[in-house]
Design a protein around this ligand. Structure first.
Ligand SMILES: [Zn+2]
Length: 239
């Protein structure tokens, strides 16, 4: 095979390899991101429950103050019995007492309701907290695995960079420019294989004459349809 063609194929392979590192690293980060966003959702849920619990507490203390006032009213009514002068006053006092008792009963019921909903919230909080703890444990493990994977990918990328730099030192300048020109529009597919006598860049069939040239690989051949650099892997692999 033509030496320049070999170099271009090698360079194109390095460029392709380098091109996949970034998406692979992003993929790793995305994996972690899924767990992090799930943990964040749980954290805001906890915040929400805490706010609800605070609101219940506030309502409860207001209800307690109100209950105290009602009890005072009842005590006052009890004290007034000695001052009663007639039946009418007695009746009024009894009504006052009854109303206060009803109100106390209602306030107590309300307090019970608050206690119950507070308990429910406590239970809910416990569950969400447990879920979050578990999620955070997982995140720690995944973080380690992801960091390791990214480090490994960076190491691999660095190695490819070194190989590529070495090649750039020896590659013919004109050939490099030629390749870069095609790469500008063709991206990672500047150098493509010919399979089944078709260019694997544009998937058009190439004529017998060019196909023969590509197979010989004495010169750098380009696709007559799209202009990409063509090569055939090995005689045995080509069908
Ligand atoms: Zn083509």
């Amino acid at each position: 095979m033509n030496k320049y063609l070999e170099q271009i194929i090698e360079l194109s392979d390095y460029d392709k390899e380098i091109g996949v590192f970034e998406p692979k690293i992003e993929e790793q980060k995305a994996k972690l991101e899924v767990f992090l966003s799930s943990a964040n959702e749980l954290k805001s849920k906890i915040e929400e429950i805490n706010t609800q619990m605070e609101a219940i507490k506030t309502k409860k203390s207001k209800a307690n103050i109100h209950l105290g006032e009602l009890k005072d009213k009842l005590d006052d009514a009890a004290k007034k019995y000695s001052e009663v002068n007639n039946e009418k006053e007695l009746k009024a006092l009894q009504i006052q007492e009854e109303v206060a008792k009803d109100q106390i009963a209602f306030a107590n019921e309300e307090l019970n309701r608050f206690d119950k909903s507070f308990e429910i919230k406590e239970e809910e909080l416990k569950e969400v907290q447990e879920h979050l703890d578990k999620e955070e444990e997982d995140i720690k493990e995944i973080q380690i695995a992801v960091d390791e994977k990214i480090e490994e990918l960076n190491k691999q990328r660095h190695e490819v960079d070194i190989q590529r730099a070495k090649l750039l030192e020896v590659i013919d300048g004109k050939i490099l420019t030629f390749y870069q020109k095609i790469k500008r529009w063709a991206g990672q597919s500047a150098v493509v294989e010919v399979k089944k006598q078709a260019c694997y860049g544009c998937y058009m069939k190439i004529n017998d004459k060019i196909f023969l040239e590509v197979k010989k690989a004495e010169e750098i051949a380009t696709c007559p349809h799209c202009g990409r650099i063509l090569y055939v892997k090995a005689e045995s692999e080509e069908k």
